[in-house]
Design a protein around this ligand. Sequence first.
Ligand code: ARG
Length: 247
Amino acid sequence: MKKLILLGISVLMLASLVFTSCSSGGTTKIRIATDATWPPFEYVNDQTGEIEGFDIDVMNAIAERENLDIEFINVGWDALLAGMAQGTYDAAISSITITEERAQQMLFSNPYFEAGQIITVLKSNTTITGKDNLTGMVGAQLGTTGAMEVEKIAGATLKNYDDIGLAFQDLMNGQIVAVVCDNPVALGYVGKNPDKLKIVGTTFTDENYGIAVAKGKTDLLAKINAGLQAIIAEGLIEEFSMKWLEK
Ligand code: ARG
């Protein structure tokens, strides 16, 4: 009997050891989803293989201020929104426009950046001058505010892409007539291909980016907002804009 009790105790001790070592191991990092196909906000540097960009700097700076142990998880845009609604990730930073619809499925930080939709066409295009005469096949990233806007334009037919880079490639190959996406992203592609691409018209939506937080994680949301407020006060948003965005 004594032996049995001793055995029982040692099994319990072992179990608790295993349990604590697991929970203090790498599993407690805060999981931040991002769709790293959206330069210059989040993309994979093809030299280093690392995720980088404006948003990555913003999130790292917030994490530093608030002592958050974070890891970035690179997921497709569709999976990111679905995962945030289901609580698969703790939070997401991915140039996410705060919309009423999304705010029913996830929490949002205070806004940290203003953007709007803009049209990119071939430099040689003389017929499309803005939203009002945008006709033909128009590319946008699936499930983004850009795609939603294209659907509202009578003459335009939406072609969905998982990766906006492929839409710009198709535009340059003459497969589609225009791309609609967030203005800083368009400016980035035009800046890299100034002999092929140009912007037409002005931004035609007013959008605010927010950091999404899984529903119920109000402590995390409060920390992210506090960190955000601190980095805004320090002028870091302007600094990162200078560093990453096309002038
Ligand atoms: N701002 C747009 C939206 O919220 C596009 C964001 C796409 N972000 C990305 N990382 N692919 O719909």
